[in-house]
Design a protein around this ligand. Sequence first.
Ligand code: NAI
Length: 323
Amino acid sequence: MKTPVRVAITGGAGQISYSLIFRIAAGDMLGPDQPVILQLLEIPPAMDALKGVVMEINDCAFPLVQDIVATDDPDVAFAKADVALLVGARPRGKGMERADLLQANAEIFSVQGKALNDHASRDVKVLVVGNPANTNALIASANAPDLDPGQFTAMTRLDHNRALTQLAQKTGKHVTDIEGMIIWGNHSATQYPDIAHCKIDGKAAADLVDQNWYRSDFIPTVQKRGAAIIEARGASSAASAASAAIDHIHDWVLGSDGIVSMAIPSDGSYGIEPGVIYSYPVVCQNGGYEIVQGLDVDDFSREKMTATETELREERAAVENLL
Ligand code: NAI
């Protein structure tokens, strides 16, 4: 039997985790022959609910689950973790300003960054899902000086997948016919879903759709999809967010089929100076990822890429005290 992989998941009793944990346990993330040890973190008031989740995992009798740890101590949850999914976060409360939300989450992610630094596997792969995901990942990384900043990523794969489906539906094709989708920047309404490098069955996507549809319909639809789900469902996206988290880690560990979007530390590529966690087009192989270089950026794209970078630098400024 393969050595079990330790997967830490925060916010284990939340709605994303209610989908995520069971798919990981079924082998969707790391493969059907990869045993896992689930290490679930919650805050004390949610420990009873987490107990119920653990009972349900047990009741599934998953062949791949070797052990389950349920705790409210980050040091225990991240002990020897190979993969850490930071899903739990503080939701925006009534009357809470954006800066308050950033600060409240910053405190959570600085504690978790320290715990990862002190207790996780030296090769841990970290995915931040909890919002504001990019800046939370930056804070966790800043508090983990012994780990490589490149080990800290944030999730824009849900935006990527949403964009794929919008384009597939518009062109009457299937998502698997599309290559080269890119989400640039922040997981927020300033993100830039870019189809300039997309090919559909080998043809340039930009030639297959009307520019007006692309700019006035596609881009805002992808940017505001989260709000549209809340409006329709009365709750934020959960199963789709879990599915995107599975895709993100699956590809990072096992390799991607072409270009995917991951929010990673900016390194100056495409003029985005270091200091923020910015979503780039990447290709994953051999357990790592590399930014796809050399893509042309026209004036329209540059403006959008800068707008989302500016927002990330503002978020950074609001939490500078914790970096
Ligand atoms: P939820 O509110 O159902 O669950 C969050 C869970 O986190 C709760 O059980 C809560 O007790 C727990 N939690 C809070 N602080 C914690 C801490 N310090 N340590 C451990 N657990 C903690 O929320 P849901 O729907 O599961 O969403 C989780 C996060 O994911 C939210 O921040 C949401 O905005 C974000 N999200 C991100 C997406 C992305 O594409 N990046 C997409 C959808 C949601």
